[in-house]
Design a protein around this ligand. Structure first.
Ligand code: UDX
Length: 439
């Protein structure tokens, strides 16, 4: 099939490359000319494991190319995936739909033949139906330009795998033709036995926000329990392991620590609440306010624990921060808990030096006032404390004996509950962890 993918961020670039990998002819479109130039050269404009390999292959084979023209996209595609961002509204909690609306308004007037526009972005329920009407009104071909909603569930760091071997495909459609087109797009993925759920537009939109709300709730649940564990001298990690053996609960997303960040979970639960308010059922999602507050409370708790480790004040202290990305295996720093903690500690008078294996470039742009180090050990030189805030594999392999000889005072806060703290203690470190009582 001839597919366009409009918006080449973390979602769209991966989707475009994977669709070409599945054998389709793909045109990726973005307004960012630099990004388009990099992609056309086979270079991923961000770090995502496995992406560059399939990008090089797809561009090299001629199956994948890029453009900035929506008119070219309209002329080329049988189906058009919309993958642009829907960030939180500045000064509000709802979703900013301006990017998605700009795509529809730019694309639809050029749609002169039968085609299907497929939304993948996360949107407030009701958006798809509204956009379908808008496309039919603006497109020269009228209702022959259909609309479907096919939410993405990919995780950064596993985006290629999640696209080529998803847990499920959700297809929100209003016509049989749309369902047939979606099944054709994903034919080889469906051949692997991937569950395919056909539903209406509203349900498809809601599946995505409900999934993210559930994941966020699971994380905040364990973090709330971690507070009780702390107070009672219990170990939340052992508790989570024990809970996880119950297959009704499962162990994933039960890791207590600094909480969730990134471009999705926080803004999606806020937009979900805002939309429920508009629909007059805001009370039903009241608990998500708690979920959000528990999550932001973890960042405050990390700062408080670090201050205590510093002897009550950060003034004049050197603080090393390991991790800037919102989670490992990505260079994404959007709503990164690690960076926020670093920023607050710096604002209280510490000299904060940050290390991240991949996200330094983005972190520097987001927080230019922090210091950055190219190596973890450099970030820790003469530090009064080390804060482990994003659980990159390489931090797990740090030798606490060696690091103890580099810092000024061997004090550690493990914000992700994964370091072998007994070894750190044995190497002379004073250790605290976020939720592990005294693991
Ligand atoms: C999420 C959803 O998982 C994905 O399905 C959706 O499409 C987009 O949003 P992503 O933002 O890439 O994906 O990250 P995810 O792996 O879900 O992690 C989110 C945050 O939760 C990270 O900051 C992570 O550190 C944190 N987390 C995760 C925990 O604090 N504890 C856990 O047990 C799991």
């Amino acid at each position: 099939m001839r597919i366009t993918v409009i918006g080449t961020g973390y979602l769209g670039a991966v989707h475009a490359a994977c669709m070409a990998d599945l054998g389709h002819e793909v045109l990726g479109v973005d307004t960012d000319t630099q990004k388009i130039a990099a992609l056309q050269d086979g270079r991923a404009p961000f770090f995502e494991p496995g992406l560059e390999d399939i990008l090089v292959r797809a561009v090299g084979s001629g199956k994948l190319r890029f453009s900035t023209s929506l008119q070219e996209a309209a002329e080329f595609g049988d189906v058009h995936f919309i993958c642009v961002g829907t960030p939180q509204l500045p000064g509000g909690t709802g979703a900013d739909l301006s990017h998605i609306e700009a795509v529809v308004d730019g694309l639809a007037p050029h749609l002169r033949r039968d085609c299907l526009v497929i939304g993948k972005s996360t949107v407030p329920v009701g958006t798809a139906a509204r956009l379908a009407a808008r496309i039919a009104r603006l497109a020269p071909v009228g209702e022959a330009a259909g609309l479907a909603w096919n939410p993405e569930f990919l995780r950064e760091g596993f985006a290629v795998q999640d696209t080529l071997r998803p847990d499920r495909i959700v297809a929100g459609v209003t016509t049989e033709a749309a369902d047939t087109a979606l099944r054709a797009v994903y034919a080889s993925v469906l051949d692997l036995g991937t569950p395919y759920i056909t539903t209406d537009l509203a349900t498809a939109e809601l599946v995505k926000v409900a999934a993210n709300a559930f994941l966020a709730t699971k994380i905040s649940f364990i973090n709330a329990v971690a507070n009780v564990c702390d107070a009672a001298g219990a170990d939340v990690m052992t508790l989570a392991d024990a809970l996880g053996h119950d297959t009704r609960i499962g162990r994933r997303f039960l890791s207590a620590g600094l909480g969730f960040g990134g471009g999705c979970l926080s803004k999606d639960i806020r937009a979900f609440m805002a939309r429920a308010d508009e629909l007059g059922v805001g009370d039903s999602l009241q608990f998500l306010r708690e979920v959000d507050q528990i999550n932001t409370g973890r960042r405050t708790l990390a700062v408080d624990m670090a201050r205590e480790l510093a002897g009550g004040s950060f003034a004049g202290r050197n603080v090393a921060v390991l991790g800037a990305a919102f989670k490992p295996d990505t260079d994404d720093v959007r709503d990164s808990p690690a960076l926020e903690v670093a920023r607050v500690i710096q604002s209280e008078g510490a000299v904060v030096r940050v290390h991240d294996p991949r996200a330094t470039y983005n972190a520097r742009r987001a927080c230019p006032a922090l210091d950055y180090a190219e190596e973890a050990v450099k970030a820790c030189e003469a530090a009064d404390m080390v804060l482990h805030l994003t659980e990159w594999r390489e931090y797990h392999e740090i030798d606490p004996f060696e690091l103890a000889s580099v810092v000024r005072t061997p004090r550690l806060l493990d914000g992700r509950n994964v370091l072998p703290l007994d070894q750190w203690r044995a190497a002379g470190w004073t250790v605290r962890s976020l939720g592990g009582a005294d693991r």
